[in-house]
Design a protein around this ligand. Structure first.
Ligand code: HEC
Length: 512
């Protein structure tokens, strides 16, 4: 987010606000401090997405500290943008460009205040994995990134086409539709996020979960999703009006396809007051500037990444954790391709409300063979890290064919094609070799045996399903996904898996 939706848009802000307001930037020095502080600090803040997970505690703490520090440059930047409008506020009333900018920069300020608050561990414990985060991101994306984009288009299109905005009225409608649309969009999901979290965490007086069935929390949110859709539609209608307005502007004008232009040298030379001259020099040197920027960004990355990768004690390995079987690997790839990770996390945090609901909390050592990680960031559905063994294979079969057959009212899509779509067996040996190269300890030559191993395990599952009355080919997606799900989170359990599965596990283990 930081380097896609924040820094580039700040660049736009610093260029277009002075242009549109016809005022010099409030403080050039502040803009430089803003830039360097932001790019230096932002990378360090990454772990605020992983609080209370299996990430080492020291990295989590660094993430919190740097997230809180981010308030300073962010708010400095917001104030710099808004103060640039001093003396031009009367025009904000009339000019759609300035309106969009003011709302955009204000949204930037709100989101960059809210972000650090969300990275306090006690707050994060409540809002992480909920829709609250979605509301936070959309405030920024729809108003800050959206608002600034519309402002730039309204500024630049009439200039390129040598004309005026086609309809000021329509631009104002666009502005209000976008602003109110966002408000109507985010309030229900903020509300929903908090509701969801409190329901997940609620205990009865006798110490059991108040809402043990995850579906209860899902159905409770559906009206809020509907309200969110109304806001989203209003925003979208605004955007359509805006696009129509811009196209009409292009049509009524005539394109200035080329313009003789040259940077104003005097501007660079005139400002040689002490302190700013070095930076003025640097700004004119793209290579040096890029190198210094990259160095500033990388420092935090190195400090947080290298010890986690190199210091063994950061990842306590667990004896009983074994690599996935070829069939499970295929199932895992289908899980990725189908986007299950968008709705399901695989990371149980060490809270009583989560261990009661999902089981033992997740340990770093359980993920050593997970490439890439599927920890997830939102729980539209329940966490799946310990779903292995929770249901029989036949339950999963029915759930994928029609999610509402097992879970009335479910909003999980059904995946009936799992029953008919076939696994591509040819790529399996290459998958094994790729993982071997990444250090996963399959025995030498296991790639050759992988297809046989896969078939053996798959036939076991298909036979089991046939016994329950569900006929499905052993090489279907269904069998692979079920194999993967039944494996999840089971390695550290003291009890071995169900008898039927243990045969396969043994042969697979022997062949590894
Ligand atoms: C739109 C969000 C969404 C997507 C995408 C999604 N799920 Fe779900 N999932 C849910 C919801 C909501 C539930 C809870 C209700 C239910 O059981 O259907 C759920 C439940 C589950 C359960 C039962 C978990 C339990 O402990 O009861 C499993 C297993 C599951 N999903 C697997 C998957 C797999 C595999 C995929 C991808 C093929 C997937 N889900 C995609 C939302 C989703």
């Amino acid at each position: 987010m930081a380097f896609f939706l924040t820094t580039p848009f700040l660049g736009f802000m610093y260029y277009f606000i002075p242009k549109a307001a016809n005022r010099p930037i409030y403080s050039y020095r502040l803009s430089i401090v803003h830039f360097w502080a932001l790019i230096f600090i932002y990378i360090w803040a990454g772990p605020h997405h992983l609080l209370y997970t299996a990430l080492p505690g020291w990295a989590q703490s660094l993430g919190v500290v740097f997230s809180v520090m981010l308030i300073a440059p962010s708010w400095g930047g917001m104030i710099n943008g808004l103060f640039t409008l001093r003396g031009a506020w009367d025009r904000v009333r009339k000019d759609p460009v300035l309106k969009f900018m003011v709302v955009g920069v204000t949204a930037y300020g709100m989101a960059t205040f809210e972000g650090p608050m969300m990275s306090f561990k006690s707050v994060n414990a409540v809002i992480h994995y909920t829709d609250y985060v979605i509301a936070h991101v959309h405030t920024a994306a729809l108003l800050w990134n959206g608002g600034l984009t519309f402002a730039m288009l309204y500024f630049i299109v009439p200039r390129i086409f040598n004309t005026k905005i086609y309809s000021l009225k329509m631009a104002n409608f666009h502005f209000w539709a976008v602003t109110l649309g966002t408000v109507i969009y985010v309030i229900p999901i903020y509300w929903g996020g908090v509701t969801q979290s409190l329901m997940w965490k609620e205990f009865t007086d006798s110490g059991t979960l108040m809402y043990p069935n995850f579906m209860e929390t899902v159905t409770h949110l559906i009206p809020m999703y509907a309200a969110r859709a109304i806001g989203g539609t209003l925003y979208f209608v605004g955007v359509i009006a805006g696009m129509y307005n811009l196209f009409s502007t292009m049509k009524q004008g005539s394109l200035t396809s080329d313009e003789k232009a040259e940077a104003n040298k005097a501007e660079f030379q005139s400002d040689t007051s002490k302190g700013s001259s070095f930076h003025r020099w640097l700004e004119a040197k793209p290579t040096q500037f890029t190198v210094l920027t990259v160095v500033a960004i990388l420092i935090g990355g190195f400090v947080e990444y290298i010890p986690t990768a190199l210091v063994k004690s950061n990842v306590p390995t667990i004896e009983s954790v074994r690599p996935y079987t070829p069939l499970e690997l295929v199932g895992r790839d289908i899980y990725i391709a189908e986007g299950c990770v968008g709705c399901h996390s695989q990371m149980i945090r060490p809270f009583r409300s989560e261990t009661e609901r999902y089981g033992e909390y997740s340990k770093a050592g359980e993920f050593v063979y997970d490439r890439p990680f599927l920890w997830g960031s939102k729980r539209t559905g329940p966490d799946l890290h310990r779903v292995g063994g929770k249901y029989p294979d036949s339950w999963h079969y029915m759930h994928f064919m029609d999610s509402r057959s097992t879970s009335p009212g479910s909003i999980m899509p059904s995946y009936p094609w799992f029953a008919t779509r076939k696994i591509d067996l040819d790529v399996v040996p290459a998958k094994i070799r790729a993982l071997q190269r990444l250090g996963v300890p399959y025995r030498d030559g296991f790639d050759e045996a992988a297809i046989d191993d896969l078939r053996q395990q798959a036939e076991g599952i298909a036979d089991g399903l046939a016994n329950s009355g569900f006929d499905v080919d052993w090489d279907s997606h269904m069998v692979a996904v079920i194999a993967y799900l039944q494996r999840l989170g089971t390695d550290i359990k003291a009890q071995p898996q169900a008898e039927a599965a243990s045969d396969d596990t043994e042969t697979s283990t022997a062949s590894r």
